[in-house]
Design a binder for this molecule. Structure first.
Ligand code: HEC
Ligand code: HEC
Ligand code: HEC
Ligand code: HEC
Ligand code: HEC
Ligand code: HEC
Ligand code: HEC
Ligand code: HEC
Ligand code: HEC
Ligand code: HEC
Ligand code: HEC
Ligand code: HEC
Ligand code: HEC
Ligand code: HEC
Length: 345
């Protein structure tokens, strides 16, 4: 009678005069199963009638007439089964039933019968755990489960049970950070971690923790730009940075920032054509262009040399092995050398 007394919310009808608390359940039985459980959280939804009313999203049953938002929770309890968190963005996916419906990508549970697109977000909230960005291209990799599945290259988390290839890209987007191209040959380099690992020649970023050699080329492709061939011998030039560095004879391109001498030969190979040895002394012959230039004694240098300055010539070219033979005879009367020395053809 605390609620059904004469001066309270729902007074009993006049027929009930004199009936006491002990008598009520002798005639009135609770509804089997009790009032419908609230299938959503009530936090932020205390104004029940904003949604549950004739003008709102869900009309209430006729027997609810006169019931106000203040009293709903006296009867209705929150279900222990809360709405699943939405594991994907909702922007651009407002038409939930395009994917969540009978015959669509994801079939909804029977509990959802009659629910419309306008209702979904009244209950479901977007999960704070957002889908990981895809750290590789997707072109040519549409069959995600070929690599992402139990027993495949990468096992999927338990949350993914039952998800099919058609679903992956609904949630996952490709990362804007693309994997850098491999700027060296891979011949004999299958074991990437021999060089790419913490403590090895090149440390890998933290994002790479746990990635194995089998995975590297899934993401990284070999660059179409191959390393320039070394246009000189390496002997005596092992410390590349004495000549190749900012401030040295030859500045390196920006792409080379942070690369050390130990790395150069991993990528660069010596050209098949080496600089020919000069048949004359060098130090006393500068500028070389006095003879090696268009219109001069020997003529123009090859195309490869257009940008090479006089300071660089001796860095590549050496004098013929053993040095230049000296003339063991006088030169008087012998100025036409070809009289006796005919150049080999
Ligand atoms: C002898 C059986 C009986 C007992 C005992 C009884 N009721 Fe009722 N009650 C009825 C019947 C029958 C009706 C509907 C007809 C009417 O208005 O009398 C009713 C109607 C009601 C209504 C109105 C329902 C509506 O739809 O408007 C309330 C509220 C109610 N009873 C509460 C109580 C409470 C509280 C007690 C105990 C103090 C109680 N009843 C005891 C039989 C009983
Ligand atoms: C933001 C809108 C909104 C608010 C606010 C809201 N609800 Fe709901 N509620 C819904 C929607 C939508 C449904 C699903 C209706 C359906 O299944 O047809 C629903 C379902 C329910 C159900 C289950 C109905 C069923 O058929 O399973 C109950 C009970 C319920 N709400 C009670 C409440 C109560 C009590 C409050 C206030 C504490 C409340 N709701 C506040 C939108 C809301
Ligand atoms: C006196 C208890 C009581 C109060 C108060 C009450 N309800 Fe109910 N409600 C029920 C019961 C019992 C049912 C299931 C039987 C029925 O349809 O009446 C129900 C059913 C519902 C349903 C499901 C309707 C459907 O179509 O299956 C919704 C939604 C609901 N109530 C919301 C509310 C809201 C919102 C309020 C407050 C404005 C409210 N109820 C107040 C007892 C109550
Ligand atoms: C009244 C709140 C409510 C509304 C409205 C609602 N859902 Fe749900 N949804 C739930 C609850 C609670 C569960 C978990 C229990 C169950 O299966 O009913 C759930 C489960 C789901 C699931 C997971 C099903 C599974 O197999 O695990 C999906 C997907 C889903 N809802 C999508 C939707 C979509 C789409 C809509 C709109 C058409 C919608 N829901 C409307 C409450 C709601
Ligand atoms: C483009 C298709 C698409 C659209 C549109 C879409 N979803 Fe989904 N949704 C999916 C897929 C695919 C899944 C994963 C289903 C699975 O895990 O079996 C999913 C999962 C969910 C889940 C989690 C289910 C679970 O079992 O963890 C919820 C909740 C959900 N969606 C709600 C919604 C709501 C609400 C909307 C509308 C705002 C919506 N979705 C729009 C495709 C879509
Ligand atoms: C050829 C094999 C292969 C295919 C096909 C493939 N992936 Fe991957 N994916 C990988 C590997 C390997 C990784 C790195 C896993 C790691 O970091 O442990 C990865 C990483 C990811 C990540 C990032 C995981 C993380 O922890 O950062 C996501 C998300 C992802 N893939 C989604 C997809 C989706 C979606 C598809 C289909 C469109 C797909 N993948 C197709 C091999 C593949
Ligand atoms: C409903 C959205 C959704 C769908 C569909 C989905 N994912 Fe995910 N995925 C997530 C979310 C959220 C996470 C991060 C939390 C977690 O582990 O569930 C994740 C995590 C991942 C990860 C990283 C796991 C790790 O160990 O860090 C990979 C890889 C991945 N998903 C691949 C896939 C592939 C492949 C598919 C398709 C078979 C797929 N996902 C379908 C939402 C989705
Ligand atoms: C013999 C050692 C060695 C092996 C084996 C090796 N690499 Fe490298 N890799 C290097 C060095 C040195 C660099 C230059 C690092 C730098 O720029 O800091 C490099 C650069 C790269 C880069 C470019 C990084 C950037 O910042 O641009 C990628 C990608 C790469 N390697 C991938 C691989 C993959 C994949 C494999 C296995 C298939 C592999 N490497 C095997 C030594 C190696
Ligand atoms: C899932 C795709 C993926 C896989 C698998 C992967 N990488 Fe990467 N890698 C990236 C992305 C994206 C970056 C650039 C962003 C970053 O640092 O994570 C990167 C960066 C690098 C870099 C350049 C680091 C720097 O500091 O500039 C190297 C070197 C590299 N990866 C080597 C490897 C090797 C070796 C493996 C195998 C053990 C591997 N990667 C596996 C995606 C991948
Ligand atoms: C004594 C100085 C010197 C040393 C030491 C040296 N180089 Fe060079 N290198 C040069 C000069 C000078 C050029 C010509 C640059 C030009 O054409 O502008 C050159 C050219 C190159 C080229 C060709 C560049 C092009 O544009 O065609 C590569 C590749 C190269 N060096 C790599 C190396 C490597 C790797 C090392 C270490 C093993 C090394 N160099 C050591 C002086 C040196
Ligand atoms: C990961 C492979 C890699 C490593 C390590 C590397 N290079 Fe390179 N190098 C390249 C590639 C690819 C190019 C051509 C594209 C570019 O400029 O990055 C190049 C270009 C060059 C050039 C020609 C620059 C120009 O202006 O045309 C020189 C000289 C050179 N590298 C020298 C070096 C030296 C010296 C080192 C060691 C300090 C080194 N490289 C380390 C890959 C590498
Ligand atoms: C006084 C003239 C003169 C000067 C100065 C000179 N050279 Fe020569 N150089 C020659 C002549 C002559 C030849 C032989 C040409 C031939 O065989 O057709 C030659 C040949 C060479 C060759 C061999 C070419 C080949 O095809 O085998 C090299 C290398 C060379 N010189 C480098 C240099 C360098 C480096 C300098 C500057 C330090 C220099 N020269 C300065 C006259 C000169
Ligand atoms: C990076 C090393 C390098 C530097 C620096 C260099 N050369 Fe060469 N030089 C070569 C190579 C390699 C060849 C043979 C292939 C070619 O033509 O590029 C060559 C060819 C030559 C030839 C023979 C030309 C012919 O037609 O057969 C002469 C002469 C010559 N260089 C002189 C010079 C002079 C003079 C300089 C300085 C201005 C110089 N070189 C700088 C590497 C170098
Ligand atoms: C009259 C004949 C004659 C004339 C002209 C002549 N030479 Fe010789 N030259 C010789 C003879 C003979 C030898 C010794 C050959 C031997 O040892 O087999 C020789 C040897 C040389 C050698 C040493 C070759 C070696 O294998 O050690 C050089 C260098 C040389 N001459 C340069 C010249 C030059 C430069 C001119 C022109 C300025 C010149 N000669 C003019 C006859 C001549």
């Amino acid at each position: 009678m605390a609620c059904h007394g004469v001066f309270v919310m729902w007074p009993v009808p006049a027929t009930h005069e004199g009936r006491t608390n002990e008598t009520c359940q002798g005639c009135h039985q609770p509804i089997p199963g009790g009032p419908t459980l609230i299938a959503h959280a009530v936090e932020g939804r205390s104004q029940c009638d904003t949604c549950h009313s004739d003008e709102g999203l869900v009309a209430l049953p006729a027997d609810h007439e006169g019931r106000t938002a203040k009293i709903c929770l006296m009867c209705h309890e929150v279900s222990p089964t809360m709405p699943t968190l939405i594991a994907h963005k909702t922007a651009g996916k407002e038409n939930c039933s395009a994917c969540h419906a009978e015959g669509a990508l994801v079939v909804l549970p029977a509990t959802h019968e009659g629910r419309t697109d306008q209702m979904c977000l009244a209950c479901h909230e977007v999960s704070p755990v957002t889908p990981t960005l895809i750290a590789h291209k997707t072109a040519g990799k549409e069959n995600c489960s070929a690599c992402h599945a139990e027993g495949a290259l990468v096992a999927l988390p338990a949350t993914h049970e039952g998800r099919t290839d058609q679903m992956c890209l609904v949630c996952h987007e490709v990362s804007p950070v693309t994997p850098p191209l491999i700027t060296h040959s891979l011949v004999g380099r299958g074991t990437c971690s021999a060089c790419h690992a913490d403590g090895a020649l090149v440390a890998v970023p933290a994002s790479h923790k746990g990635r194995t050699d089998q995975t590297c080329q899934v993401c990284h492709e070999v660059s179409p730009v191959t390393p320039t061939l070394i246009a000189h011998r390496i002997e005596g030039r092992e410390t590349c940075s004495t000549c190749h560095a900012a401030g040295a004879v030859v500045a390196l391109p920006d792409t080379h920032e942070g690369r050390t001498d130990e790395m150069c030969l991993v990528c660069h190979k010596v050209a098949p054509v080496l600089p020919p040895d000069a048949p004359h002394t060098l130090a006393d012959r500068h500028p070389c262009a006095d003879c090696h230039a268009e219109g001069k004694l020997v003529g123009a240098l090859p195309e490869t040399h257009v940008d090479r300055s006089d300071e660089t010539c001796e860095l590549c070219h050496e004098v013929v092995p053993g040095g230049v033979a000296q003339i063991p005879h006088k030169l008087e009367g012998r100025t036409d050398c070809t009289l006796c020395h005919i150049p080999a053809q």
